[in-house]
Write a protein that binds this ligand. Structure first.
Ligand code: GRF
Length: 199
């Protein structure tokens, strides 16, 4: 079976990126490499993780480009030079332009820390603050395809997490993250068979 080349995009902490690398190392994701990490933030911890695991990484400065299209064209060239099959957004805070979305149609995945479509468009702790404000009893995470409309592409899978009465945004975020680390690798492994007709 041919190997699938992933590019992971991350802007900050990079804990999902790390979970994906470890899922490849442990065989949960098979016949796949993370060929490159791309960041829009030169201080992202994800870049340090890439270094620790010997994964090629680039940070691309936004202010060197006039438009988000020219920024994404630059990134597209990098993806094509690395023969990237699929793009994995893992805490990437920049909204992708059609330049990337059209070239990688149905091949860009994102993870969101809520049960979409609930709390779409929010990110970081704001998601969990709103969950706690709304008094709902169940939250979770969603892996979905990336389309031009934010957090609205086809949902591939979700995992639920119970909201506790004493939860803070931080504690809820932490329990959901632990489920993200399980869900995202599983979905990548299953979805790559669907999209690349590997079987
Ligand atoms: C995660 O909560 C993920 O759901 C969201 O951004 C956060 C990224 O965290 N898209 P990390 O950088 O993977 O630690």
């Amino acid at each position: 079976m041919r190997k699938i080349n992933l590019a992971v995009f991350a802007s900050g902490r990079g804990s999902n990126f790390k979970a994906i690398i470890e899922a490849i190392d442990s065989g949960i994701i098979k016949d796949t490499d993370v060929s490159i990490l791309i960041s829009d933030n030169k201080t992202a911890n994800a870049l340090k993780i890439a270094r620790d695991y010997n994964i090629p990484a680039v940070s691309v400065e936004k202010n060197l480009f006039d438009t988000k299209e020219s920024y994404d064209s630059f990134i597209l060239n990098i993806l094509q030079a690395h023969n990237i099959d699929m793009v994995i957004l893992a805490g990437y805070l920049k909204i992708l332009s059609p330049v990337l979305i059209s070239k990688y149609q149905d091949k860009i995945l994102n993870i969101h820390p809520s049960l979409l479509p609930q709390f779409a468009g929010l990110y970081g702790l704001n998601v969990h603050k709103e969950v706690l404000k709304s008094n709902i009893k169940v939250s979770g995470c969603t892996v979905h395809l990336v389309t031009e409309e934010i957090d609205s592409g086809r949902i591939l899978a979700q995992k639920t997490v119970e909201v506790m009465s004493n939860d803070t945004p931080e504690s809820l975020s932490q329990r959901i993250l632990e489920q993200e680390y399980i869900l995202y690798p599983q979905v990548i492994e299953v979805y790559k068979h669907e999209i690349f007709k590997l079987d």
